[in-house]
Design a binder for this molecule. Structure first.
Ligand SMILES: [Zn+2]
Length: 106
């Protein structure tokens, strides 16, 4: 998916439409809970009861639908930087796309 480098968007800080630069949010991807974190879940009052609740334990959850493979697309994670006040807003919802290209304007 190609997206423009900048766009006109409502800025909640300026309370009007401004030109905003689009950039990707860079950061670590959050993985699943670690094997050892069942202790943490117990402390927080979760992960108790009989059987694997589908989240914790040594074995993977028993699913009705078996996944055949990993998804090949990822959700976009964009931020909009207002050119007037230089404040950043993160997009509320990402859309699935295989490849993200931010077009460079000349
Ligand atoms: Zn602004």
């Amino acid at each position: 998916m190609k997206i423009p480098k900048s766009t006109n968007r409502y800025c909640k800080y300026c309370r009007k439409y401004t030109t905003q630069r689009i950039a990707e949010v860079k950061g670590k991807e959050r993985g699943s809970l670690k094997h050892g974190s069942i202790q943490r879940a117990r402390k927080r009052g979760r992960g108790q009861g009989f059987g694997n609740k589908g989240k914790w334990g040594s074995k993977p959850p028993i699913s009705k639908f078996k996944r055949t493979g990993a998804k090949i697309s990822k959700k976009t994670n964009l931020k909009y930087i207002c050119q007037t006040c230089k404040k950043t807003t993160v997009q509320p919802k990402g859309t699935r796309t295989k490849k993200l290209v931010i077009e460079q304007e000349k």
